[in-house]
Design a protein around this ligand. Structure first.
Ligand SMILES: Nc1ncnc2c1ncn2[C@@H]1O[C@H](COP(=O)(O)OP(=O)(O)OP(=O)(O)O)[C@@H](O)[C@H]1O
Ligand SMILES: Nc1ncnc2c1ncn2[C@@H]1O[C@H](COP(=O)(O)OP(=O)(O)OP(=O)(O)O)[C@@H](O)[C@H]1O
Lengths: 216, 216
């Protein structure tokens, strides 16, 4: 069991704090706004009202002993940067900071954030891919060039076998598994016939996946 | 090539609009605030300033002809709900709406949104999982009970073969692929020895994955 602090109880910060608590960890939620803390007080270990740009206040709650600190401040970009700087100076083991744009992200990296995340941007990319190709249910980047995609099997492919579809030869894409109702068929046999409602989870280069999407 | 409208140019809306445009589609960006439109005017097909709760204004830009409309309004929950209702009445083919909390999400579903998404909440869950187990690089739900996870191979497992690890028998988890530098080893041979820096992409029930995480 580890101990985490999450600073900034917006939609993202609340989600991180309550999920960590559900996974069995001790969670300290921090926000300067009392109203924001009231909503989550029962779903975390401790909820403390303080201004995270106040170094002494952070020391007072033992922030440096945390296994990781998440800085989830949004609109107040100055505060997010200043808070991250203070955490670094206090010797925090791991700092994960949310950024609203690339410039803020670069500054947070330079001053020592161990990881910078862009929640809205990343979800926007995923939703755009699922809209761009109606068959794509979800799209996940696993490296700069490769992604995993969930594709719903179109009507006209029902009854065909994976062997006949031969996605590897035609698109360079591999089928990792088939989701059929609540079951998973992992590394499926090429002789398996596709059924209506099947979902293919495939992996390939981004260029190859886009080609597959447009052909389905 | 399809045609999309995105209403609300916050961080999420901008990301959806610009990604769809990069994927080659026609994109109409809508916001009531001129400043918000100025940033993205060059990255979309058209940018129009209007209040999306004004039904006539929406008809005036041909919103019903779009292949899909994304409602990415955040803080103004009333406007998001009213806009979704109007789009439904105008006969839009597909409406994807962002929600800030469960209650808003339920209302959006009831009035006819085809998909409701929670960008901040979902990213919060993923970040919490990656923090909860240091080896977890990413965590993706593929159904209510199954998820795919990216796990970095810990020091002490370097040199072991997948066959010896036998994750299937011990945890009920299957290894879909190994990411090694910029290469992917799909459906890897059990005799393969793990190397430092390898990343395993595995699939299993959420309960099984949590057990695997704590044991690594
Ligand atoms: N200096 C600070 N100290 C502590 N909390 C702060 C500070 N500055 C801002 N916050 C808090 O951070 C929280 C999140 O900030 P904000 O709402 O601007 O982010 P957001 O990106 O819109 O959030 P989300 O998208 O996650 O809902 C707010 O509850 C705010 O009170
Ligand atoms: N009735 C409306 N018509 C058009 N645009 C609107 C309307 N109401 C709000 N908007 C726009 O929606 C955009 C996004 O709203 P807001 O910033 O509250 O969302 P957010 O959830 O904080 O955004 P994000 O988290 O994606 O940055 C704003 O640019 C705002 O001008």
């Amino acid at each position: 069991m580890s101990e985490f602090a999450v600073i900034g109880m917006g939609r993202f910060g609340r989600s991180v704090a309550t999920t960590l608590h559900q996974l069995g960890h001790r969670v300290l939620a921090i926000d300067e706004n009392e109203e924001a803390l009231r909503h989550i007080a029962d779903d975390v270990t401790h909820a403390v009202q303080l201004d995270s740009t106040d170094s002494e206040a952070l020391q007072g709650v033992g922030i440096a002993n945390m296994d990781a600190v998440v800085v989830a401040i949004g609109a107040a970009i100055q505060e997010s940067i200043l808070t991250t700087l203070i955490l670094k100076e206090l010797g925090c083991k791991k700092i994960v900071a949310k950024a609203s744009n690339d410039l803020q992200g670069k500054v947070l990296e330079r001053i020592g954030a161990d990881a910078v995340i862009y929640p809205e941007r990343d979800m926007g990319v995923r939703i755009a891919h699922t809209l761009s190709s109606p068959g794509v249910l979800d799209y996940i980047e696993i490296s700069p060039t490769f992604s995993i995609e969930e594709l719903s099997v179109p009507e006209r492919l029902v009854g065909q076998t994976l062997g006949r579809l031969d996605l590897k030869a035609r698109f360079g894409v591999s089928v990792l598994l088939i989701r059929r109702d609540s079951q998973l068929l992992i590394s499926p046999d090429p002789e398996i016939g596709l059924q209506a409602g099947d979902v293919l989870v495939v992996v390939g280069e981004n260029r190859q996946l886009t080609k597959l999407e447009t052909s389905l």
